[in-house]
Design a protein. Structure first.
Length: 188
């Protein structure tokens, strides 16, 4: 039974190895850009998130008032107003917003690191020989979380761009190696 499952997983990975490869290459390219321009990448992340919150808040506000007779109106309204406030705050004061986003980034790296490590261990059990690279990627994420936290608040100006860039490069590299191993494993 385990051999059948492993073979099926291998077949699925083999069928989609090109998608893993494309995602890996795209992450590497975006990571290099973010590393070369960390303050701009930090500002871009802050502004994009600001717009996302602002738009979602506006939509939420509209739909809340359109469905004001529905249960949970006040909670929906509160959520929309909060999203609007966060969006306006990030757009109005993007540098200050970068500090808050830096704290969110720390949480992201911790969760991403744990998820990558678990992903690697799952691949170790099932198929690919390149699981170590994904494990390394997860460990790098955890180290980045510690680095960014240790340097607050000074790191907020450049940390988002630089650390996201590093994360993208390691994650992209791991996906490239994983895709090549999946191509070879099922092709053999």
């Amino acid at each position: 039974m385990a051999n059948i499952v492993a073979r099926e997983i291998g077949n699925v990975l083999h069928q989609h190895w090109k998608l893993y490869l494309a995602e890996g290459i795209a992450l590497i390219i975006l990571g290099v850009v973010a590393i070369l321009l960390p303050p701009i990448a930090t500002l871009a992340v802050t502004i994009v998130l600001g717009w996302l919150f602002l738009i979602s808040g506006a939509i939420g506000l509209y739909t809340s008032f359109m469905m004001r007779q529905a249960p949970g109106f006040w909670w929906s309204l509160l959520s929309a107003v909060l999203a609007l406030a966060v969006g306006l705050s990030l757009l109005g004061w993007p540098i200050s917003g970068a500090v808050s986003l830096t704290l969110v980034l720390i949480a992201f790296f911790i969760i991403e690191g744990i998820a990558s490590i678990m992903f690697a261990l799952e691949h170790k059990r099932e198929l690919t020989g390149q699981w170590g690279w994904m494990l390394f990627s997860g460990l790098v994420d955890l180290v980045l979380a510690v680095m960014i936290f240790a340097g607050l608040p000074a790191t907020a100006a450049w940390a988002l761009g630089l650390l996201v860039g590093i994360n993208m490069i390691f994650g992209g590299w791991a996906l490239v190696l994983l895709s090549l191993a999946a191509r070879k494993a099922a092709g053999a």
